[in-house]
Design a protein around this ligand. Structure first.
Ligand code: NDP
Length: 248
């Protein structure tokens, strides 16, 4: 179990990729503090699922794009768990439209949730990681942040911003043994992509050399590696998980 004895915060783990990351981490012996925007039945169910794997787990209601809520969340996790070794910034949203039709509100909301949350959570966790002299931050970007995409200029900009932000943090934090890396999923089957019409899904898959979407667990496995002590000299890295899609 390569994360045995470690504690991780995973944002947006009530479903999808974040949920898969929480499960993988727990199976590797990691204690897990996770969040979604509201404390609901789904959060309780995920908490129970993780506890059943024999680790310590707790779900918290936190809008990670809210600076003060992020501060309070991390403070509470440190009080409950004693330390945090790993932060996975996974929470994210889409609100697609062509630039011609995109409203300022649509642009701002996606930027603020996806990129603003990474800033808020990094600010909140940095002092304790700095003091303890180690840490691994894994930020979930997207291949769209590398290659761009139709109708996703807001989302692509937020994910490209995550890459620039992460590489800057990697430089600033390296001397304190805090690594910062980005995982960039391609087309992954989750609730976020469930609404994509079948014809469009087939078109997308035809452009993926592996000819299929990825699974949330395939993204989670990469996160385990980057979070673990198996790669102590890997920082500032951008890792596409995309079945070989072009441009990624
Ligand atoms: P889902 O929509 O399935 O899940 C998103 C999660 O984020 C939920 O748990 C949601 O919880 C949480 N969340 C959203 N906003 C906030 C917020 N402000 N504060 C706290 N939690 C929040 O998304 P996916 O699992 O598909 O995606 C996860 C990440 O992977 C995202 O960053 C996404 O951009 C990225 N990604 C996904 C791809 C895909 O193909 N699915 C491809 C590339 C990247 P709740 O609703 O309970 O608040």
């Amino acid at each position: 179990m390569i994360l045995q004895g470690k504690t991780a915060i995973i944002t947006g783990a009530t479903r999808g990729i974040g949920h898969a990351i929480a499960l993988r981490f727990a199976k590797e012996g990691c204690n897990v503090a996770f969040c979604g925007r509201t404390h609901n039945e789904k959060m309780v169910a995920v908490e129970e699922e993780l506890l059943a794997l024999g680790i310590t787990a707790k779900g918290y209601a936190c809008d990670v794009a809210d600076y003060q809520q992020a501060q309070d969340f991390v403070k509470q996790v440190l009080a409950d768990f004693g330390k945090v070794d790993i932060l996975v910034n996974n929470a994210g949203i889409t609100d697609d439209a062509a630039v011609k039709r995109m409203t300022e509100e649509q642009f701002d909301r996606v930027m603020h949730t996806n990129l603003g949350s990474v800033f808020c959570m990094t600010k909140a966790i940095q002092p304790s990681m700095w003091r303890q002299g180690h840490g691994s931050i894994v930020n979930i970007g997207s291949v769209v942040g590398i290659a761009g995409n139709y109708n996703q200029a807001n989302y692509a900009a937020s994910k490209a911003g995550i890459i620039g932000f992460s590489k800057s943090c990697a430089k600033e934090f390296a001397a304190r043994n805090i690594r910062v890396n980005v995982v960039c999923p391609g087309f992954i089957e989750t609730e976020m992509t469930a609404e994509v019409p079948k014809e469009l899904m087939d078109t997308w898959c035809s452009r993926i050399p592996m000819r299929r979407p990825g699974t949330a667990d395939e993204v989670a496995q990469a996160c385990v590696f980057l979070a673990s002590d198996m790669c102590p000299y890997i920082t500032s890295h951008v890792m596409p998980i995309c079945g070989g899609m072009e441009d990624a």
